[in-house]
Design a protein around this ligand. Structure first.
Ligand code: PLP
Length: 416
C-alpha cells in the first residue's frame, strides 16, 4: 500500500465473510461461542475484544505507525486508560495548555490517586528539561497543537528530552490527525486521539483511540482497556472506521478553507491577531512546516474589543454553528473565554493568552466564499454592536484579497 489516501480506504483488508461485502460487518455480539470447553477462541467476550472494534484498532495502529491500537468510549476514556498505567508516586510532566477535560482528569482525579504532576510550558525546552530532571518522572504529556492558540509543539525535540530523562512521551494528536503528523515517527511512545473530532469527522460519535509504539506498552494498555472497560461499542467503532476513509479529503478542504480565512482575517480592520500556523507571520510557522504535512483546520483570532463586540459576532453567525468541538464537516465557532475555557479564572486565562475577544473557528468543508461572507457579516454586526461601522471597509476586503463572493459556481439558495 503506497499512499496514505489509499490506505485510508483499503489499509485493513475486508476478508472475513463470504458475501463479497466491501465493508466489514458490525458484530453486535457481546459473547462468542467456544467450540469446546478446552478450545481457546480468538473472541470470547466483547469487552476483551470485538472484531468490529478490532478492525478500527488495526486501522489506527497502521495510520499512526504503531504496533497496536485501542479504541475507547471517548477521548477522555483513552486518556484515563493511558494514565492508569502509572502508579502512585510516578511523576508526569504535562503541558500547560492541554485540553480542559484532560487537565481536570489529571488535576482532580489522578492527583487524588497519588500521581504527581508538574505543569510546564512546552514551548520552553529549558523549562521542560528542568521539569524532567525531577525524581520519578515517568512521562511527558502534551498536545501537538495547543488549544485555542494553535501553538506548535516540537514533538521531535520534546520526545528527545523525555528519552534522555528516561521518561516516555505521550502525545494527544487530536488537532492534527495522522494525515498531518505521526508523533511515533518523531520519537513519541503513545499517541492519543479524541476520535470524536477529525477521525470520525461528522459530529455524530464520541470516541477515543490510543496507539502505542512498543509491545510492552501494548500489554500495559490492553490490561487497562480490558480492566477499566471503557471500550468503544461496535456501532461507534464502525462510524469511526467510515469517517477515517474520508480523512484526507476532508482535511485537504478544511485546511485550504482555513488558510483563506486566516489570510482574510489578518487583513481585517476589526481583527488584532490571527493564530494559525499556516500564516507566514505565525510564530509556529517554520516548525509546523518542518514537522507537519499541513496546518490543520482550526484557527483562532482576536477582535479589537473597542471596535467589535465578540459576543455579538458569535451570536450573528448563520453558517458557522455556535458550538464547542471541532474537526467535523460543518464549520463551528466558539468563544473560549465563555465556552471551552470558562472554568479557568480570568487571571489565569489571560496569562495563557485567552483574551475575552478571542474567537475559535473549526473550519468545515463548505464553500469558502459562503464562510467568508458569514464571517464578514458577523464581524460587521459585532462592529455595529459597538456603535462603529467598519462595513465600508469590510465590503472592500473580499475583492482586495481576490475572493469573489459570487464566483463561477452559482450560489444554491440562501445560506442556512
Ligand atoms: C475533545 C478533546 C479531548 C477529549 O475527547 P472526548 O472524545 O470529548 O472525550 C481530548 N483532547 C483534545 C485535544 C480534544 O480536543
Amino acid at each position: 500500500m503506497s499512499y496514505f489516501s489509499t490506505q485510508l480506504v483499503h489499509g485493513v483488508p475486508v476478508h472475513d465473510n463470504a458475501t463479497g461485502a466491501v465493508n466489514p460487518p458490525i458484530y453486535n455480539s457481546s459473547t462468542f461461542a467456544f467450540e469446546s470447553v478446552d478450545s481457546m477462541p480468538r473472541w470470547d467476550y466483547a469487552r476483551s475484544g470485538n472484531p468490529t472494534r478490532e478492525f478500527l484498532e488495526r486501522q489506527v495502529a497502521q495510520l499512526e505507525h504503531g504496533v497496536r491500537g485501542f479504541a475507547f468510549a471517548s477521548g477522555l476514556a483513552a486518556i484515563h486508560a493511558t494514565l492508569s498505567i502509572f502508579k502512585p508516586g510516578d511523576r508526569i510532566v504535562v503541558g500547560d495548555n492541554i485540553y480542559g477535560g484532560t487537565y481536570s482528569q489529571v488535576n482532580e482525579f489522578f492527583h487524588r490517586w497519588g500521581l504527581l504532576f508538574t505543569v510546564v510550558d512546552t514551548q520552553d525546552l529549558d523549562a521542560v528539561r528542568a521539569a524532567l530532571a525531577q525524581d520519578d518522572v515517568k512521562a511527558l504529556y502534551f498536545e501537538t497543537l495547543t488549544n485555542p492558540l494553535l501553538r506548535v509543539n516540537d514533538v521531535a525535540a520534546l520526545a528527545g528530552l523525555a528519552r534522555e530523562a528516561g521518561a516516555i512521551t505521550i502525545v494527544d494528536n487530536t488537532f492534527v490527525s495522522p494525515y498531518l503528523q505521526n508523533p511515533l515517527d518523531l520519537g513519541a511512545d503513545i499517541v492519543l486521539h479524541s476520535a470524536t473530532k477529525y477521525l470520525a469527522g461528522h459530529s455524530d460519535v464520541i470516541a477515543g483511540v490510543a496507539v502505542v509504539g512498543s509491545e510492552e506498552l501494548a500489554d500495559r494498555l490492553y490490561y487497562a482497556q480490558n480492566r477499566l472497560g471503557g471500550v468503544l461499542p461496535p456501532q461507534e467503532s464502525d462510524a469511526v472506521r467510515r469517517g477515517i476513509q474520508t480523512l484526507a479529503l476532508r482535511i485537504d478542504r478544511q485546511q485550504e478553507n482555513a488558510q483563506r480565512i486566516a489570510e482574510h482575517l489578518e487583513a481585517h480592520p476589526g481583527v488584532t491577531a490571527v493564530h494559525y500556523p499556516g500564516l507566514a507571520s505565525d510564530p509556529g510557522h517554520e516548525l509546523a512546516a518542518r514537522e507537519l504535512r499541513g496546518f490543520g483546520g482550526v484557527l483562532s483570532f482576536e477582535v479589537d474589543e473597542d471596535l467589535v463586540d465578540p459576543v455579538v459576532v458569535l451570536n450573528a453567525f448563520r453558517l458557522f454553528r455556535l458550538a464547542v468541538s471541532l474537526g467535523a464537516v460543518e464549520s463551528l465557532a466558539e468563544l473560549p473565554s465563555r465556552m471551552t475555557h470558562f472554568e479557568l479564572p480570568r487571571e489565569e486565562r489571560l496569562k495563557i493568552g485567552i483574551t475575552d475577544g478571542l474567537i475559535r473557528l473549526s473550519v468545515g468543508i463548505e464553500d469558502v466564499r459562503d464562510l467568508l461572507a458569514d464571517l464578514d457579516r458577523a464581524l460587521a454586526a459585532g462592529a455595529a454592536g459597538r456603535g462603529g461601522d467598519v462595513k465600508g471597509e469590510l465590503a472592500n476586503l473580499p475583492a482586495k484579497l481576490g475572493v469573489p463572493i459570487v464566483g463561477e459556481q452559482e450560489p444554491v439558495g440562501a445560506a442556512a
